[in-house]
Design a protein around this ligand. Structure first.
Ligand code: UD1
Ligand code: CA
Length: 455
């Protein structure tokens, strides 16, 4: 497959989406539609993938560069969206010289997998009677809106778009063109050069390549794929339908790998779950979240780009983003971990605790009602209820340090920058302001190192 170039058609605006964003950038299970198509082409082993971009192309280009760095995925620009045939020509012009054959794929069908694309290419290698052109078809219950595969004596002669169908017999044809084609590069090049916009939309139709191949007497193969693999996204309803199928596919894959996912949980495509993980109803796992072996994500949690260690428990209705939760740690219920929080192994974060950019050592605890901003908390430290890290003086953020084993009594304010020393004891209601290392603070009235800030 190295000499096969995939051309992904993704330049259209997607008028039916009624959106300022190009269609292929709308997300399915957390990733843009075009991501899945490019991924499938790479999985199929294509040597290069040329994505034809046009409408709002900067967005698509930027995304592809980030998601697929390296040589194999490139973009080509179709300045004016003059139809799928024109888009294919733009893609072909950008293909490398080594290209022997092309696999052209609509960029708006995210359920397609590498194995499906391979199945479409295979007839080109059929021993004895290799096809010159192969295309994917399917038999949906309702073919309305798709291009129909028209046959004569069983042989494919043409694809006719919905708007160009001439009579009831043609409209009754259930076999549709799925928008995936494989062919030798010479045939495609020649066919594309003959295209004319003689159709209801006044566009250059890639599908006319089929009539060209047929009248040239070339062998055309069709590969029937399941309807739910080929569904294209043209409007928001189809977006929802395709996402339902994708979501089901994702949870089935993880269930087969030994994960319990209750109904009603949502797991995005880039999430990784290890065996014996339990994901309860209403939990939403987003972005590049990874849940370690045996960990539980309880009801209603929302985790975005979070790494959860083995055996950790994230209790109901906790929200975390861009953070790490260590092995066997416990977080929640109703906890909020904001970006760059790193909760150590066996540490506890209880209800109504908010952490932001805070590192918590192994076994440290903040069990109730606290704000932990920009902090460094040592192993085994105990942060009492109502503690606030005053990390912001109105101008800058500062770092409060609580060394290992320190005890912070309830309702204390730790005014950063400040370091509370290892095993220090801060009594309840203290406002700690001194930069000096505090060894032991019995209560705020006794302390000269910690001026009282309370009224
Ligand atoms: C197309 C097929 C139709 C098939 C259906 C399968 C044609 C003429 N019709 O119809 O036979 O049943 O797919 O889903 O090909 N695009 C460009 N540049 C353009 C126009 C489109 O890059 O100038 C891209 C779009 O971004 C999209 C893809 O090509 O990803 C398909 O275009 P779309 O307008 O969705 O074609 P359909 O009407 O769905
Ligand atoms: Ca389409």
């Amino acid at each position: 497959m190295e000499t096969t170039t995939a051309i992904v058609l993704a330049a259209g605006q997607g008028t039916r989406m009624k959106s300022a964003m190009p269609k292929v950038m709308h997300t399915i299970s957390g990733l843009p539609i075009v991501h899945f198509v490019v991924q499938a082409a790479l999985e199929a082993g294509c040597g290069e993938v040329v994505v034809v971009v046009g409408h709002a192309r900067q967005l698509v280009e930027d995304y592809l560069r980030r998601a697929f760095p390296g040589e194999r995925v490139r973009t080509a620009v179709q300045e004016l969206q003059r139809g799928t045939g024109d888009a294919a020509r733009v893609g072909l012009d950008a293909a490398g010289k080594q290209t022997a054959r092309v696999l052209i794929v609509n960029g708006d069908a995210p359920l397609v997998r590498g194995e499906d694309l391979l199945a479409v290419v295979r007839p080109l290698d059929e021993p004895g009677s290799p096809a010159a052109l192969s295309l994917a078809t399917c038999l949906p219950d309702d073919p309305t809106g798709y291009g129909r595969v028209l046959r004569k004596g069983g042989k494919v002669v043409e694809i006719r778009e919905q708007r160009d169908l001439r009579h009831e017999d043609e409209r009754a044809v259930r076999e549709i063109n799925a928008g995936i084609y494989a062919a030798h590069v010479a045939l495609v090049r020649e066919a594309l050069s003959t295209l004319v916009p003689n159709n209801a939309q006044g566009e250059l139709y890639l599908t006319d390549v089929v009539a060209f191949a047929s009248s040239a007497g070339e062998g055309i193969s069709t590969v029937e794929l399941a309807a739910n693999v080929l569904a294209g996204v043209n409007d928001r309803e189809q977006l929802a339908e395709v996402e339902r199928t994708m979501a089901e596919r994702i949870v089935c894959t993880w269930r087969r790998a030994g994960v319990t996912i209750r109904d009603g949980a949502r797991v995005e495509a880039a999430v990784i779950l290890e065996p014996d993980v339990i994901v309860e109803s209403g939990a939403v796992l987003r972005g590049v979240t990874r849940i370690g072996r045996g960990a539980t994500v309880d009801v209603g949690c929302v985790l975005t780009n979070v790494i959860v260690g083995e055996g950790a428990i994230v209790k109901p209705y906790s929200v975390a983003a861009d953070s790490r939760i260590g092995a066997r740690a416990q977080v929640g219920p109703f906890a909020h971990l904001r970006p760059d929080s790193d909760i150590g192994e066996e540490a506890h974060i209880g209800n109504f605790v908010e952490a932001k950019k805070t590192t918590m050592g192994r076994g440290a605890k903040a069990n109730h009602l606290a704000y932990l901003g920009n902090g460094i908390i040592g192993e085994g430290a105990n942060i009492g209820a109502g503690t606030i890290f005053c990390n912001y003086d109105g101008f800058q953020k500062h770092v409060p340090v609580i060394e290992s084993g320190a005890f912070i009594g309830s309702d204390s304010q730790i005014v950063a920058p400040v370091t509370v020393g290892a095993n220090a004891y801060v009594a309840t209601g203290t406002t700690v302001t001194k930069v000096n290392k505090i060894k032991c603070v019995r209560s705020f009235t006794e302390v000269d190192t910690a001026p009282v800030g309370t009224a």
